[in-house]
Design a protein around this ligand. Structure first.
Ligand code: FPP
Length: 257
């Protein structure tokens, strides 16, 4: 553990003793959601095409997954592609859609070794076959794993999710499966795509943007929000640990006092 913390903080750090208690392993957020933003700007800064930023961002996914797994995070939801991202230039969309078929063959063995389970939140309809095949193959291969759930939000939008949920709910009312008076926050949550997951305790957004961008709108109601100026490709384990430490310092009151 000490070795890992030293690695996260950078090997030049002389004393990690003050940083270790900053992360209390019994108070680690169960569910962390990340908006991986800034790939395009990271690339532009380096005179590279935008897609180079996405590629570098993809490589960062496993690193942060391992760090989260190491400290006992149960669910890590990564915003990989929103329902609005289809508006991007065709070549960029195509590049993003091809990332899973590069990512999983490259990383799946190590993810399996670390007991990571892959899942997806979003609409399969509209995704190219090769994208679906890559992600479904990874879901299948990791379905018995019991460690961290690496949840890719892919072709996902919060408003669309809520509208679809309300449509299902109305159908259930019409079919007599749900009584209107039984509708409460818990039953509403059961119509969301994440019905089997706890709500995120912590949301991280990189690149200095301070928006939710249609991400998990229902589920983030009481989450702690943490922002960093760092672009996603340069987001490090050390920054991740800073977010966790800051989360642990905050007092969550859920509207109480
Ligand atoms: C936002 O940055 C980022 C995305 C839309 C894509 C994020 C996806 C990954 C990092 C890879 C995911 C990996 C797999 C395996 C699916 P941006 O392009 O909006 O950045 P900008 O605001 O600087 O333009």
């Amino acid at each position: 553990m000490l070795k890992l913390i030293k690695k996260w903080l950078g090997i030049n750090v002389k004393s990690v003793s003050s940083a270790i208690p900053a992360i209390e392993l019994d108070k680690v957020p169960a569910h962390v959601a990340i908006i991986m933003d800034g790939n395009g700007r990271w690339a532009k800064q380096r005179g590279l095409p935008r897609v180079a930023g996405h590629h570098s961002g993809m490589k960062n996914v496993k690193k942060i997954t391992m760090a989260a797994n190491e400290i006992g995070v149960k669910v890590l939801t990564m915003y990989a592609f929103s329902t609005e991202n289809w508006k991007r230039p065709k070549e960029e969309v195509e590049f993003l859609m091809k990332l899973p078929q590069e990512f999983f063959p490259l990383e799946i063995e190590e993810l399996i070794e670390n007991n990571v389970r892959i899942r997806m939140t979003g609409w399969k309809e509209g995704l190219p076959d090769y994208t679906l095949k890559a992600i479904e193959g990874a879901i299948e291969r990791t379905k018995e794993n019991t460690g961290l759930i690496l949840n890719f939000a892919l072709n996902y939008g919060g408003r669309k999710e809520m509208i679809a949920g309300v449509q299902d709910m109305i159908l259930d009312v019409q079919n007599g499966k749900l009584q209107i008076e039984d509708l409460d926050e818990a039953s509403f949550s059961s119509y969301m795509l994440t019905s089997d997951l706890p709500d995120p305790d912590l949301l991280i957004r990189t690149s200095g943007e301070l928006r939710l961008s249609n991400f998990l709108l229902w589920q983030l109601a009481y989450s702690e929000l943490w922002f960093t100026e760092a672009y996603w490709p340069e987001f490090t384990e050390s920054l991740f640990m800073q977010a966790i430490a800051e989360y642990q310092r905050r007092g969550r009151r859920y509207g109480g006092i």
